[in-house]
Design a protein around this ligand. Structure first.
Ligand code: FHN
Length: 433
């Protein structure tokens, strides 16, 4: 007789109840704060500065001796996020430059070896738990400094200065050790946000989008789910979600669009969705980038993402000192003020019955349909396949002023001739299914 052993792998992953609950929570949350910050902020040229300026490992490593963010205030970060109407924070713990923002035993290139000497992940985790906001952790799979990371390019050139032989088994053990620290020392973590998979994807343009290495995700993912079953896993690989993942993200793109040229994946109809965007054009602090989006544009992004059933993870790149620049503060405050009035049409909503239109977008919750008029030029909007039997009421969300409408033979027309400067005129339709 034979004994059959079942091992739990990512392939046969069954999310725990706590994980399903976390997914539901996440889907309702709709807005989060992405924070790209670390010693890479010092030169003020974005988080890719090491790569773009072809800095040697030796010279780049010197940055840790200058990282002393005396103005960093975790409590202020968390309250800034909360006041912006954000429900979670996704913090860079280690970007592609390999710097660890926490007290890790597994790399010397970490925050405790800077003049600052304080564990930023701990300060943020403590404050998030205190103020009741969820913490997600960004972790780069790609590393520009470590010898064992399997990348041959630049190994001998000026840029890298890497000397040893790549050794994925060793690199994987390192990542597992670090992830274990992150998931055992900082309380409950909402999710892990992986990035950098694309570094190993076959060259652009090739029909084969597979990876040059086997990342052994089943080992990484099952470790995470074993340590914290509720912890959601997302991977910014720009592909269809892999087994073991709990949410799907789209970088600088709405689900189903590929305007950035990065998002080849179809939107999942099973997993929660998230799209990430920047306020200026940069992720990390960039002195030269003043292309700030307006509050109206940012609200428009949030509305559009919500209308497709996705969260918006909106990024700030704090200054090297730890200060959040006023241009970001100002827009975050603007979004918070807008959400105070209109939050009902965003939080806890589902995708609308139509895709975003030139005039705006639609979100839905129970028997309410929210028509977001982001561009009020049209006198009315027409839905020729309106999927509800009846409209029992139509009014402005802001002040409940009635709005004119008609519904005949599944064709609904809603009057939208607004001559105001609202960021978004939100019309509520109370409908019968
Ligand atoms: O290379 C990174 C980039 O620096 C940034 O972290 C973004 C965020 O989505 N992800 C990568 C590019 O895909």
């Amino acid at each position: 007789f034979a004994l059959i052993y079942f091992t739990s792998t990512a392939q046969d992953y069954n999310p725990s109840d706590s994980n399903l609950k976390q997914r539901d929570w996440f889907s309702d949350a709709r807005l989060g704060l992405f924070i790209h910050w670390g010693p890479f902020s010092i030169p003020g040229s974005g988080e890719w500065v090491m790569n773009e300026r072809k800095l040697t490992i030796h010279n780049y490593t010197n940055l840790k001796d200058f990282f002393n963010p005396i103005d960093f205030d975790a409590a202020a970060y968390v309250s800034t996020a909360k006041n912006a109407g954000m429900k979670y924070i996704t913090l860079i713990t280690r970007h592609h430059d390999g710097f660890s923002m926490w007290d890790t035993k597994y790399s010397d290139f970490n925050i405790m070896n800077t003049p600052y000497k304080k564990d930023i992940v701990k300060m943020m985790a403590d404050e998030c738990h205190k103020q009741g906001i969820q913490l997600y952790l960004y972790y780069s799979l790609l590393d520009w400094r470590r010898d064992d990371y399997p990348r041959e390019t630049g190994r001998t050139g000026k840029f890298s200065g890497r000397t040893g032989k790549s050794d994925y088994a060793s690199y994987l053990a390192f990542m597992k050790n670090q992830l274990t620290e992150l998931l055992t020392k900082y309380g409950e973590i909402g999710g892990i946000w992986f990035d950098g998979h694309w570094d190993q994807t076959q060259p652009e343009g090739s029909a084969d989008r597979s990876s040059r290495i086997d990342w052994k995700y089943e080992e990484i993912y099952s470790l995470i789910h074993k340590l914290q079953p509720q912890c959601m896993i997302g991977n910014n690989h720009h592909l269809t979600p892999f087994a073991g993942e709990d949410f799907q993200m789209f970088e600088r793109d709405l689900p189903g669009e590929n305007s950035s040229g990065l998002s080849f994946q179809k939107a999942s109809d099973k997993l929660p969705l998230e799209t990430c965007e920047t306020i200026s054009n940069s992720w990390g602090y960039n002195l030269g980038d003043t292309s700030y989006k307006s509050t109206k544009q940012l609200v428009g992004m949030l509305v559009k993402a919500s209308s497709l059933g996705a969260n918006l993870l909106l990024n700030i790149g704090p200054m090297p000192s730890g200060k959040i620049q006023p241009e970001f503060q100002n827009r975050l405050a603007g979004m918070g003020a807008w959400l105070k009035v209109y939050g009902e049409s965003i939080y806890g909503t589902k995708a609308g019955f139509v895709k975003p239109q030139t005039w705006g977008s639609v979100t839905q919750k129970d028997s309410k349909v929210y028509i977001h008029i982001l561009d009020g030029k049209n006198a009315s909007v027409l839905f020729d396949k309106f999927p509800f039997k009846k409209i029992s009421k139509a009014y402005l969300l802001k002040d409940r002023k009635p709005v004119k409408y008609s519904l005949k033979n599944s064709s609904a027309q809603i009057q939208t001739n607004f001559s105001n400067n609202e960021i978004d005129n939100v019309i509520v339709l109370e409908v019968v299914k």
